[in-house]
Design a protein around this ligand. Structure first.
Ligand code: AVI
Length: 316
């Protein structure tokens, strides 16, 4: 039943994004089916994509300092935990005195299962298969009075939100927290355009495969007939807005049938479908976004090799 509801939602969102005269779009969260998640894992080890390595380095370097900022009864939850590999050094430091509970929140059952195996010896893992905000509300209901919550939102996933939504999202998170709770927010920072472009258009074509897989997924799950060879991966970077976009460009005029969305789409030669936007931040911008949403920045650590910040935000 749940799977059917999700499939219908996917069909509806695909239809909404591909209908109308404006720029065609597809929601980036659908990039992560089983194949897409495996391709994303491959992206994280590409030489051109330094983001995940920087995230991990900062976490490893500052896990001890973060643990010292937290009271002994701290509870940890993570939004979009993925496999949980990055979280291990933090949990080891935070739960070094006494093992505690760790709530990974993710829509992917597979990611949650991997996370439970990866971190099961470090903490009592309680996986929550839910959207970020629903999962966080469930954690808020389960916590004991007086417990502090550390909420992890790593990997610069916030960069995939539109800037206005990023602030709304932080506000919604703040509403589920109590004063004194802490959010650790990972954000990829601005860097030279050539470096950003290479990170999203790698020489081996892994990001291109990740992007094209979205059409393959629509073919598989929504009975569509996209011919993947008639699309190419395209990157656009707006340096002033610090926004990089992934597109799929149609190589020719074509008509595509998406049965489950009850839709026939036509694409002009050169027309694009935007599949993802990634924002690059300034360190000061993170402080300002946090302030607007009701947090105070207690610390910010930036990687030396790849501009990436980990910010410690206390709910006030
Ligand atoms: C998950 N997210 C932070 C990645 C990013 O860099 O925006 C997704 C990604 N898209 C292409 N490469 C990586």
């Amino acid at each position: 039943m749940q799977a059917r509801v999700l499939a219908n939602e996917f069909a509806r969102e695909v239809r909404a994004g591909l209908t109308g005269a404006q720029q065609k779009t597809l929601p980036c969260r659908y990039l992560y089916d089983e194949v897409g998640s495996a391709l994303f894992e491959a992206i994280t080890v590409l030489p051109e994509y330094g983001l995940t390595r920087a995230d991990t380095r900062v976490l490893e370097a500052h896990a001890g300092e973060l643990a010292e900022l937290l009271p002994p009864n701290t509870l940890v939850a993570e939004l979009g935990s993925g496999s949980g590999a990055k979280t291990r050094p933090l949990l080891e430091r935070i739960y070094s005195r006494k093992p505690g509970v760790y709530y990974p929140i993710d829509l992917s059952q597979r990611a949650l299962a991997r996370c439970a195996v990866e971190l099961g010896t470090t903490a009592a893992v309680v996986p929550l298969e839910a959207s970020y905000l629903d999962g966080l509300r469930q954690v808020a209901e389960r916590r004991a009075p007086g417990q502090t919550l550390l909420l992890l939102f790593l990997g610069s996933t916030i960069g995939n939100f539109e800037p206005e939504y990023a602030i709304d999202f932080l506000l919604a998170v703040r509403l589920s927290l109590q004063p004194g709770d802490v959010m650790l927010l990972g954000t990829d920072l601005e860097k030279p355009a050539s470096q950003v472009i290479a990170a999203y258009d790698d020489a081996a074509g892994v990001t291109a495969a990740f992007n094209l897989n979205l059409l393959a997924r629509i073919n598989r799950e929504l009975e569509a007939d996209f011919d993947l060879r008639q699309f190419e991966h395209l990157i656009r970077y707006d340096e002033e807005a610090r926004r990089i976009e992934m597109h799929l460009r149609s190589r020719q005029y074509q008509i595509v049938n998406i049965h489950r969305s009850d839709l026939i789409v036509d694409l002009a030669p050169g027309e694009t479908i935007c599949t993802e936007a990634c924002h690059k931040f300034r360190a000061s911008q993170v402080r300002e976004m946090a302030r607007i949403a009701g947090f105070e920045m207690r610390a910010q650590w930036v990687d030396d090799e790849w501009p990436f910040a980990e910010s410690v935000l206390a709910a006030v």
